[in-house]
Design a protein around this ligand. Structure first.
Ligand code: TXA
Ligand code: MG
Length: 337
């Protein structure tokens, strides 16, 4: 099958909507990362997503809506807190886990009684959903375990020849996947950090809790609240090592180790301390979020054996970058100070 990369013209959006209506799956942009989208009510189309991604069957998908009305057609959940989250953060990079109310195909929710729903702020995606008139189930558009895609070229890299089309909406403005929350006994539980930060959530909800799975490795004997967090994730082929500590201790620690197969990734401006074998992934945390997956993909392009990453801040959006990095590193974190 030929994979067409399509500019988001009206005609191309129509073409993609028709493919989705026929049960095909396509790559589509959101403000966070690209998604691999199917009609959320079409079991067979949703199965194709799991197949091409190589995604474990126990990992549910997020459903994307383009209106509050469409959201209400998928759930009866209307607690005060959910209404507040919607009012404050939608459309935007927030996924809310709610009780599902309609007969959604079992593979979308991996058999759970809940469904993750998101109203993205991406106009192309929302126009596409409008043309389809059904919600789109879409995980991130990457092969399972691999870094997410933040441009159409990344999606083509992973799925060329396996999907009919990719809508090219340019580079994603956020760069890391949506914040995921679930409401439990009036408390907002953060399951995956993202652009909607802990402090932003605290402005809306008196009680906010961080799920432990954000910072520690999942114990395989326990059931994960957010099934995706128990699988190895975001990983290039190379070993990733996250190094905490000052710039001077980082330089001292890695300098002797670097060679054509072992590189480091530092903040913009710090590359001058290394003669060679160095990548940068942004200075401010917004840039780091935007660049992270491109840099992890570059590590594969360079065919490296190992990469040492300067550890980002763990505050606000930094927590999201840190959370993805420690997973890419399979929790291999070195503390120098
Ligand atoms: O920004 C995003 O959220 C992107 C774009 C495409 O929207 N999507 C995305 O999907 O990151 P995915 O499938 O890569 O990650 C979704 C995460 C998984 O870890 C999954 O386990 C969790 O959401 N999830 C989905 N439904 C859930 C549910 N009902 N309960 C708990 N976790 C759920
Ligand atoms: Mg993903």
């Amino acid at each position: 099958m030929e994979t067409k990369i399509l500019k988001p013209t009206f005609e191309n959006l129509k073409l993609c909507a028709n493919l989705l209506k026929k049960g095909e799956i396509i790559g589509a942009p959101t403000e966070t990362v690209y998604g691999l989208a199917a009609n959320a009510f079409d079991y067979d189309a949703v199965s194709k997503i799991f197949k091409v991604k190589g995604r474990p069957q126990d990992n549910p998908l997020i459903c994307h809506v383009n209106s509050i009305k469409m959201f209400r057609s998928l759930t009866d959940d209307n607690s005060v807190l959910i209404e507040k989250l919607i009012t404050n953060f939608w459309p935007g990079p927030l996924t809310i886990i709610v009780k599902k109310c309609v007969a959604m195909p079992i593979n979308v929710t991996a058999g759970l009684e809940t469904v993750g729903i998101r109203f993205s702020s991406n106009k192309i995606l929302n126009q596409l959903i409008g043309m389809c008139s059904f919600p789109l189930a879409a995980p991130s558009a990457n092969l399972s375990k691999k870094p997410s895609s933040t441009n159409a070229h990344h999606v083509a890299n992973d799925f060329n020849g396996k999907i009919p089309a990719i809508l090219d909406g340019g580079t994603c403005s956020v760069g890391v996947e949506s914040t995921i929350v679930k409401i439990e006994n009036g408390c907002c539980v953060l399951l995956r950090p993202g652009f909607i930060t802990l402090s932003m959530l605290k402005h809306v909800s008196k009680n906010v809790e961080i799920d432990k799975g954000i910072l520690i490795k999942h114990n395989s004997n326990k059931q994960a609240i957010c099934p995706g967090t128990k699988h190895l994730h975001y990983s290039p082929k190379a070993d990733v090592v996250v190094v905490k500590g000052s710039l001077s201790s980082f330089i001292k620690y890695v300098s002797e180790k670097l060679n054509s197969k072992i590189w480091c990734a530092v903040f913009d401006g710090e590359q001058k301390y290394f003669n060679n074998y160095v990548l940068t992934y942004g200075k401010e945390v917004n840039e780091q979020a935007k660049n992270l997956f491109s840099v992890l993909r570059k590590v594969d392009d360079l065919n490296l054996d190992k990469i040492f990453f300067r550890s980002p801040s763990e505050h606000d959006l930094g927590l999201a970058v840190y959370n993805r990095l420690i997973r890419a590193a399979d929790f291999n974190v070195i503390n120098l100070d």
